[in-house]
Design a protein around this ligand. Structure first.
Ligand SMILES: [Zn+2]
Length: 170
């Protein structure tokens, strides 16, 4: 399984409250997933597309998934919005139909349910997009892209249970 912390050394996109940058937040989340996996005696074989604040192109990320013959590709992002009322999780799958479209959509749906049940994030639905990292992986394995909440909006971190979990993560 390949986890792809979005962005890299030169681009960051979303800046969260407290000034944390999206590229750093998603890397921390990815490393936390690795750590949790290790604690449980590593039931999953997980690789990251980057382990530090380094430069890696979108093609190199998807090439890694292919080279490793990954059975799952998950990109991590944080959302941002100028609308102070924006809330919730978006999960994207490639909009082109391919061998793994159905599994990707099903996985996206399950992830939404889990994030809603366990972390209290609102669900904004499964969405379809032509993101390069999805387009170039969905022929090879189920592939989803997570927008993990609007982290430039304070409320997204205010829900008590989530705040506790996020503090542990970040
Ligand atoms: Zn992003």
């Amino acid at each position: 399984m390949v986890i792809d912390p979005g962005h890299d050394g030169k681009d960051s996109v979303a800046i969260g409250i407290n000034g944390i940058q999206e590229k750093d937040a998603v890397l921390k989340i990815a490393k936390k997933i690795l750590e949790l996996n290790e604690k449980k005696d590593a039931p999953l074989d997980i690789y990251l597309t980057r382990y530090s604040d380094t430069l890696i192109s979108l093609s190199d990320r998807t090439n890694l998934a292919r080279a490793l013959n990954a059975d799952l590709f998950i990109s991590l992002h944080c959302n941002h919005s100028d609308n102070p009322n924006a809330r919730g999780i978006e999960v994207y799958v490639a909009n082109a139909i391919s061998k793994y479209s159905d599994e990707s959509i099903w996985l996206a749906f399950l992830i939404q349910v889990e994030l809603n049940n366990n972390l209290g994030f609102e669900s904004r639905g499964v969405k379809f997009s032509n993101f390069q990292v999805k387009r170039e992986t969905v022929d090879y394995c189920p592939s989803v892209l997570l927008e993990l909440g609007f982290f430039n909006i304070g409320d997204e971190n205010n829900f008590p249970k989530r705040q506790k979990l996020l503090r542990r993560w970040l």
